[in-house]
Design a binder for this molecule. Sequence first.
Ligand SMILES: [Zn+2]
Length: 448
Amino acid sequence: MDAGREYWDMEIEPLLNTPEIKDVQWGKLQQLLTRLYDSKPFWRERMDTADARPQDLKSLEDFSRRMPIMDKAQRRQLVLDCDGDVIRAVDQSIAVPVDDVVLMAATSGTTGEPTPYPHTERDNEINAEVFARILWRAGLRRGDRVVHAFGLSMWLAGVPYVQRMQNSGVCMLPVGAEGGSERILRFAKQFQATALFATPSLVEHLIEKAPDLIGMPVSDLGIKTILCAGEPGAGIAEVRNRIESSYGATLYDHGGGYGISCGHAEYQGMHHVADDKMIFELVDPDTREPIPFEHGAKGLAVQTSLEAEGMLWMRETFGDIVQVFTEPCPCGMSGFRFKVVGRADDMLKVKGVMVYPAAIDGVITGFAPQVTGEFRIVLDNPPPRVVPPLVLRVEYDEHVSPEQLPALAGEIESHMRSTLKISPRIEWVAPYSFERTGGKTNFFERRY
Ligand SMILES: [Zn+2]
């Protein structure tokens, strides 16, 4: 095959985000539904209850309207229905018998029980194929050596990602996040890594540590490509610029799923590279009604895997709120694009306007150094609905005098009105009043 070709798969990838690919999806979906209806009681019952049997559905739109959404609450319920037996729950909800699973991974789960990610041989093949597309777009080829620095212990981005990437042709150096900064840097140097795969915060951390730990700046390592995943950051211009200039490398955002950002100078979101293997829909996070998949549309991401066995998602949501872009990217590459804008769990609704703490954070951080960047959103009732005004308690910086505060509050409020379409009320809080948790995880002050 031509090593200079545009895409890994020159047959399918030019068709992404076109009407032709819808036919491919519909054909594969019908086969999948029939197979599940015939062999898996759990899915048969769901289809019967929703009048979404294979013969009931005439189009992808029918499928979206009728097939119920699966979320983490339903996953939890399934385990409870199996008397806490996770293996039995997996057996019920995958497309094959549980004994076909050859590799299990899990998320930590913010609320207790981890979510299983069962992989069969077939899943490994599918993921290797999709990762070949992703890595090709990031310019990685046979002969590249990739330092893998995600947690290896049961994480989805751990051993499963090492396998996917090695099967797509590059050489993996699986140091793992557990190895710590020194091992990551030493092995990158010793084995002449050309690429790094890690969270953006770890990639940034290594910039500071390298001179002490290996006696050279990261720019001397020879790393030309950085793939980030696991947290936002790679899409933020300041983070991206700092990482690219420090390493002398190009940064790609693989925020999850089947997405990879492109080489365009300005971040354009992630191109979705596998419409032939995954149906990607948007629904209203509140009503769960389908939202038209149009340029600029925002909603809760819902995914259906078309070929998977263990990693079977049938209108599954992982809670990400995304914005999609269906018009061609200025970079010229195929695939609709998506940006993760928030988490459904964090969503607030003020007078019908959806707003996410991450977006509020972005505005407030933009007012540094007049503010410390720490703030809390006051909730008098359980979210998402907020009775206006939305109250934000914001720490001013120690260099700001009390007389300046009313005008500063006015500026922040007016900025939020124009960018987020909300009219909050700012309440000032003395510098360093809020507890520092080491990560911006606790945005809420719950008073209910
Ligand atoms: Zn692009």
